[in-house]
Design a protein around this ligand. Structure first.
Ligand code: PEP
Length: 260
């Protein structure tokens, strides 16, 4: 059974006070609940330490939004997997479309980061997704195939057990225009079949594939109840506790239904 993961990507939002103001009520709401879904929050680097302190002894996990593929050295402005581990990060988002677009990240760079993250015991949430232009010209599957092959290049079966894929159509991120449940399901089934071909069926069946792109409390359940949608990577709606809690609840309902 695949684990459903609901992760909040705060992007470049929330200072220390705002981190407290969000995490304390989140923690109080979820405390003592035995959830089927894994809840992950991904604050900016400056809030990671305090976030992991607030969430100590809870089931809420911490993720970073990026990392570099070297461990230490003369890389001004970069953060290493070793540093992320030292603040008790368990996850790291890699290859987000904003990283690709504004910071020139390629599949090759993401692939190096994925390998280094796993080496340090971090679980990479690896983002892939087509642009609107690519979708409209019928290239969605071609683009997804190229990205998946690129970011997973050279991974062993063992390493693959730690990977999470986030299907994030670029046209749906921050636009208020989510993929329909059918579009998400179609793309995510394609990714699973591709992974089965590249590795094996067991790895593909165990792979958590999240959907990301304008997930809200209103559309979360219909997306998360699709057979190949195993969670959500949530941007905007993860910044408000109430909205994020509703999405977690939708994930919990969908997860329990899929189990039965
Ligand atoms: C994201 O940043 O990964 C994302 C999906 O953003 P939003 O939910 O705001 O579209």
């Amino acid at each position: 059974m695949r684990k459903m993961i609901i992760a909040g990507n705060w992007k470049m939002n929330k200072d220390i006070k705002e981190t407290f103001d969000f995490l304390l009520p989140l923690k109080n709401n979820l405390i003592g609940q035995n959830l089927n879904v894994e809840v992950v929050v991904c604050p900016p680097f400056t809030s990671l330490f305090i976030a992991s302190d607030i969430l100590r002894e809870t089931n809420i996990k911490i993720g970073a939004q990026n990392m570099f593929y070297e461990v230490e050295g003369a890389y001004t402005g970069e953060i290493s997997p070793k540093m992320l581990k030292s603040v008790r990060c368990e996850y790291v988002i890699l290859g987000h479309s904003e990283r690709r677009r504004y910071f020139g990240e390629t599949d090759e760079i993401v692939n190096k980061k994925v390998k280094k993250a796993i080496e340090f015991g971090l679980k990479p949430i690896v983002c892939v997704g087509e642009t609107l232009e690519e979708r409209e010209s019928g290239e969605t599957f071609k683009v997804l195939e190229k990205q998946i092959k690129g970011v997973l290049e050279g991974l062993t079966y063992e390493q693959m057990r730690n990977v999470i894929i986030a299907y994030e159509p670029v046209w749906a991120i921050g636009t208020g225009r989510n993929a329909t449940p059918d579009q998400a399901q179609e793309a995510q089934r394609f990714i699973r079949e591709l992974v089965a071909g590249l590795f094996n069926d067991g790895i593909a069946q165990n792979l958590t594939i999240q959907y990301g792109g304008s997930v809200t409390p209103e559309n979360a359940y219909s997306l998360l109840s699709q057979p190949d949608v195993d969670g959500a990577l949530v941007g905007g709606a993860s910044l408000k506790v109430d909205a994020f809690l509703k999405i977690i609840k939708a994930g919990e309902t969908a997860s329990v239904e899929k189990k039965n």
